[in-house]
Write a protein that binds this ligand. Structure first.
Ligand SMILES: [Zn+2]
Length: 242
């Protein structure tokens, strides 16, 4: 999606990163599509400054310095969430988690035992993830089926994925894509994302009419939307990708 492109001028070397006042490294990325400088911090706490083509490195450095407090706070939150998720997963001798988040609750994983998350003794994290993906698909399908009569059309397909930065999307062809990690969130949060994407069947935008449709499909959705904004990052730290 976003491409790395070289900085302007041949003599000017591309720095690996800038840093905040507190010494947090900040990657520099150029984007043809960016209109203005912006900052991102990913779930692992990696900060990046995205520059439009014409912005200079001096401008980027000043911007990063001015936003140091914000960057350091968010990167710190990311690292904390990662450490807290690691502690909650209580890995066994083979490094497999013995607990994962399931529908908003830390739930025991039984490798070769009983319980709601029972897996073969020799299974690994990949099998655990595919079980969670199957549960995400099942929960989403229940919601789609329940709403079918209230929709102008139903999604053509349900695709369970591991998007790096999105919770769900609806393609022009009507494929509803859902991030499997939502099975770890409280059930209403997964339901909100499914209903959000279903509302895009009627309105392929985020207009007031779209939000009215989300509210029609799921009255009181806003509290779940806010949960995702506030807490969603933690879902990326449990069974982290790659
Ligand atoms: Zn949307």
């Amino acid at each position: 999606m976003n491409r790395w492109i070289p900085l302007l001028g041949r003599e000017q070397p591309t720095p690996a990163s800038l840093s905040t006042e507190g010494g947090l490294p900040v990657q520099v990325r150029r984007s043809d599509r960016a209109r203005r400088m912006r900052l991102t911090v990913d779930a692992q706490g990696q900060a990046t400054v995205v520059l439009p083509r014409r912005a200079t490195l001096a401008q980027a450095r000043a911007f990063v310095r001015a936003q140091s407090a914000w960057l350091e706070r968010h990167a710190g939150k990311g690292r904390q969430a990662g450490a807290s998720a690691q502690a909650h997963m209580q890995p066994d001798a083979q490094g497999r988690p013995t607990r994962v988040l399931l529908r908003g609750e830390w739930t025991d994983v039984h490798w070769g035992g009983g319980g709601p998350l029972q897996l073969a003794a020799h299974a690994g994290t990949a099998q655990l993830q595919s079980r969670l993906r199957a549960l995400a698909r099942a929960d989403a399908q229940v919601i789609i089926d329940a709403q079918a009569e209230r929709l102008v059309r139903v999604p053509a397909r349900l695709s369970i994925r591991d998007q790096a930065s999105r919770w769900g999307s609806l393609s022009g062809r009507g494929t509803l894509s859902l991030n499997w990690r939502l099975i770890m969130a409280p059930p209403e949060v997964l339901a909100y994302v499914v209903n959000h994407e279903l509302a895009h069947l009627a309105h392929p935008n985020h207009s007031p009419a779209f939000w009215a449709e989300v509210e029609r499909l799921m009255p009181g959705h806003d509290i779940h939307r806010r949960w995702l904004r506030r807490e969603g990052d933690v879902l990326r730290h449990v069974l982290p990708a790659g």
